[in-house]
Design a binder for this molecule. Structure first.
Ligand code: AMP
Ligand code: MG
Length: 316
């Protein structure tokens, strides 16, 4: 297997299980891998890539059975999985009720993207870890996707514990992303599996933008909590929950602190789970303390601004 020894895979699997980052080859590009079930490990991926927003990530699994533990499959999803997995096809499906994957990987959505990569090293690693892995392209945000281990070392070397070298990637283009969580299948991103091949199984797909808007970022206030969100708060008003950051000077009756120590990785890891916990019908709003606009703080603030944006048609 392209010169990578099983001890290297074991070492990489141990690093992943300890919450560290490991770059590994897939058939599309090199992925920046992390334990998808760990909020902190997923936060480290966003921080290493320097992404200014939380784009949802793909959970990589070794087979269909492992995917069925994360998301709710439909018949057509199963047909696509049988036809194209392992391979460059990503399916977006509703998260299972007991889905162990971090909400941060879903960027707070009720859906999760899943895929089985077609690469012997990636599959060995997934089996060795025994957990799903997020693995966006292993490059800083805005730079070219890496198709060799050397690309990864040059761009992200200091941030990954292990780089598994599987030689150049075969496909070199990203996976096709199909959203099967709504009434009609939607092609979210063309990629390694052709639209024709998918439509031969599914029938016609809608393009993003046709029908209801479902891709994150397309609508300012999408995926906001039900409660109004008030930014830049120093203290909560009566009936408000407080989402604190740093030393909370005036905790409210209902307070969750993203990071008492002002650690932005910890804050990112907690963000979506805490927003959900504070989104209670017995409260009037969520007051959010200021978060610095640096590093991961930019992605956190981007999401909070969307959550606080005016809602089309009043409440959702
Ligand atoms: P990558 O950067 O290759 O990891 O690709 C992730 C792509 O899948 C991005 O374009 C995301 O917008 C898309 N994606 C991942 N999860 C979801 C989801 N739950 N809903 C919609 N799109 C998703
Ligand atoms: Mg990329």
């Amino acid at each position: 297997m392209t010169g990578v020894k099983s001890t290297e895979i074991d070492e990489a699997a141990a690093a992943l299980a300890a919450g560290r980052l490991v770059a590994f080859p897939t058939e599309t590009v090199y992925g920046l891998g992390a334990d998808a079930t760990s909020d902190e490990a997923v936060a480290r991926v966003y921080e290493a890539k320097g992404r200014p927003v939380f784009n949802p990530l793909i959970a990589h699994v070794p087979d269909l059975a492992a995917a069925e533990r994360l998301v709710v499959f439909t018949d057509s999803a199963r047909r696509l999985a049988r036809a194209f997995w392992p391979g460059p096809l990503t399916l977006v499906l509703p998260r299972a009720a007991d889905c162990p994957v971090s909400l941060l990987a879903s960027a707070g959505l009720d859906t999760l993207a899943v895929r089985v990569p077609d690469h012997p090293l990636a599959l060995s690693l997934l089996r060795a870890v025994g957990r799903p892995l997020v693995a966006p392209s292993a490059n800083p945000s805005g730079q070219l996707s890496p198709t060799t281990a050397q690309h990864v070392r040059e761009a992200l070397g200091g941030k990954v514990s292990v780089v598994l070298d599987g030689g150049p990637c075969r496909v070199g283009i990203e996976s096709t992303v199909v959203d099967l969580s709504g009434e009609r299948p939607v092609l979210l991103r063309p990629g390694g599996v052709s639209t024709e091949a998918i439509e031969a199984i599914l029938g016609p797909m809608a393009a993003p933008g046709e029908g209801p808007i479902r891709s994150p970022g397309q609508l300012e206030s999408h995926y906001a909590p039900h409660l109004p969100v008030r930014l830049g708060a120093t203290r909560a008003r009566p009936n408000e929950a407080l989402l604190a950051f740093g030393p909370a000077v005036a905790p409210a009756a209902v307070t969750l602190n993203l990071s008492p120590a002002c650690d932005l990785i910890e804050a990112a890891a907690n963000l979506f789970a805490y927003l959900r916990r504070l989104d209670r019908p017995d409260l009037a709003a969520i007051a959010v303390m200021p978060i610095p606009e640096t590093g991961l703080g930019r992605a956190i603030n981007d999401r909070l601004r969307r959550a606080a944006a005016p809602r089309p048609g009043g409440d959702r």
